[in-house]
Design a protein around this ligand. Structure first.
Ligand SMILES: Nc1ncnc2c1ncn2[C@@H]1O[C@H](COP(=O)(O)OP(=O)(O)OP(=O)(O)O)[C@@H](O)[C@H]1O
Length: 242
């Protein structure tokens, strides 16, 4: 431990009799941007929910920042963006941000600063007075990302953060994720289906049927499997076998 922000050991999860996470071991070093890749239904969200302490594993252990999950301190230390938006639609964007900022131990001045920072980061400053029910799908995703960042967490866990977001903003969000990693030393775990996003990660873990079938830097994976892209890596690593 010590160097790892997230350390997962022999984790297992079954739903009814279906094994969704097979014994899975994964370490995510501090300050890295790790991409979790895999087809729909391979267990990405289930894994993330267990890291968040929202779902109890059947077996195995998870530590985040040296604390065994679940732990109250981790609510402050992990920023989480779920796949579906959990927003108060009859409140404005700004009211949503303040609502979540108040959940954390921030001073009033810090709350104001964080709300302004998070809103500008996702280019929502001009729309903060609108009720969320009048936001587009992309605006709701952007607001969810702002909420994940509100308490300035050390670890960010983002479940498909750029789905429904236009290419220009997507590029800006990725620039910001890389800045957060490089300048603020955040550890980031992101699930994605987008190959251009996978390319920007420090490391990739490819998941199939609850197993990690390949792991490494994007360049090393492509070189090892002599693949031109990550779809090909996935297939060559055994992703076509059910
Ligand atoms: N609460 C639940 N009860 C029963 N089965 C579940 C439950 N949650 C997830 N599953 C099943 O577990 C498997 C993995 O689901 P999960 O949502 O983790 O996949 P995923 O990789 O995140 O998929 P996607 O990319 O489509 O979001 C699926 O077969 C799903 O149907």
């Amino acid at each position: 431990m010590g160097n790892h922000a997230i350390s997962i050991k022999t984790l297992e999860k079954r739903f009814q009799h279906k094994q969704v996470i097979a014994p899975l071991t994964l370490d995510i070093p501090k300050g890295q941007l790790m991409g979790l890749l895999g087809p729909s239904g391979c267990g990405k969200t289930t894994l993330i929910k267990m890291i968040m302490g929202m779902l109890k594993p059947d077996n195995g252990t998870i530590e985040v920042l040296d604390l065994a999950v679940p732990h109250k301190q981790l609510l402050n230390d992990i920023g989480y963006m779920a796949q579906s938006d959990a927003l108060y639609t009859d409140l404005t964007g700004e009211e949503n941000l303040h609502f979540f900022a108040k959940l954390y131990s921030l001073s009033k001045a810090e709350q104001m600063d964080r709300v302004a920072y998070a809103a500008s980061l996702v280019r929502l400053t001009d729309d903060l007075q609108l009720k969320v029910m009048n936001y587009s799908g992309g605006m709701k995703r952007r607001l969810s990302l702002a909420i994940a960042l509100i308490q300035n967490p050390k670890v960010l866990i983002l479940d498909e953060p750029t789905v429904g977001i236009d290419p220009v903003l997507k590029k800006e969000i990725w620039q910001e994720l890389i800045r957060l990693k490089e300048h603020e030393h955040k550890t980031i775990l992101v699930t994605t289906h987008a190959m251009d996003e996978a390319e920007r990660c420090d490391q990739l873990a490819m998941l199939r049927s609850g197993h990690i079938i390949a792991q490494g830097t994007p360049q090393a994976l492509k070189a090892f499997y002599q693949a031109k892209d990550f779809d090909e890596v996935f297939l060559k690593a055994g992703g076509d076998v059910q």
